[in-house]
Ligand binder design. Structure first.
Ligand code: MG
Ligand code: MG
Length: 255
């Protein structure tokens, strides 16, 4: 069922989104050569806890996963597209890092992701991240009353295909509210003018996942969580929680 949020509920979701944004900004500041993924996880956990919020990913077990997620952030390095489990790996110069984070504040969820390069960046990686961010911006702009779900996916896919990047199969965005994952699904491909009509109070997590090598397929790691490109090429993932309002799109996960 697709839930429509009231104005007061959107304000509560904005506060949850702010916590996630603060956690991701702290991770972005800390991410550097020699810093471990577990240290970044600890930073996000501290920001969420200090905000009186609860991590949304910790112990989360969706149907596709064999075990509950053991951390506060997903930390996906280089060829890992999404759902990387943070471990003792220390970042090296040139690594492309995607960080996904979710939190609950006063019973409302926020969900957002960033991608960045540590140390000396390969311009190709910066282009990949830039394309994912451009796609996210175009998809956010499509979140207007009377728009359709297909407009969002069309916006994301248009940027990916135009740049020759793959779009991960099977995974996309989602509705969000009292639960992190709600209806409706928000695919990263679609036909303009088709699908669910977007109404004020609809809140969506939009999350382009781009693969440099151009393929849409992925490999699942032995841990059952980390999903990687099939050709070893790099991937970028960015995400915002966005409300459709009478005044247009409102991004709830900005700092
Ligand atoms: Mg997320
Ligand atoms: Mg999400």
């Amino acid at each position: 069922m697709v839930e429509i949020k009231t104005a007061a509920e959107l304000e509560a979701m904005r506060e949850a989104g702010r916590v996630v944004a603060r956690a991701l900004e702290a991770v972005r500041r800390q991410a550097d050569v020699g810093v471990s993924l577990l240290e970044l996880n600890e930073t996000a956990a501290e920001v969420i806890s200090a905000s009186g919020a609860k991590p949304a990913f910790l112990h989360y077990k969706p149907s596709f996963a064999p075990t509950p997620f053991p951390a506060v952030i997903c930390a996906s390095v280089n060829e890992v597209i999404v759902h990387g489990i943070p471990d003792g790996y220390r970042l090296r110069s040139g690594d492309l890092l995607s960080v996904d984070c979710g939190a609950y504040l006063d019973g409302w969820a926020g969900d957002s992701a960033i991608s960045l390069v540590v140390g000396q960046a390969d311009p190709r990686d910066l282009r990949l991240i830039g394309a994912a961010e451009t796609a996210l911006g175009a998809a956010v702009a499509a979140c207007v009353p009377g728009g359709r779900m297909g407009d969002i996916g069309h916006a994301v896919a248009g940027v990916a295909r135009g740049a020759g990047y793959g779009i991960m199969n099977d995974f996309g965005g989602h509705g969000i509210g009292r639960a992190m994952h709600e209806d409706p699904a928000v695919p990263n491909r679609g036909r303009p003018g088709r699908g669910l009509v977007l109404r004020p109070g609809l809140v969506l997590a939009i999350e382009p996942m781009f693969v440099a090598g151009g393929g849409d397929a992925y490999l699942t790691a032995p841990d059952g969580w980390a999903l990687s490109s099939t050709d070893g090429s790099r991937a970028a993932h960015v995400e915002h929680t966005v409300a459709v309002t009478e005044h247009g799109p409102r991004v709830l996960t900005l700092p």
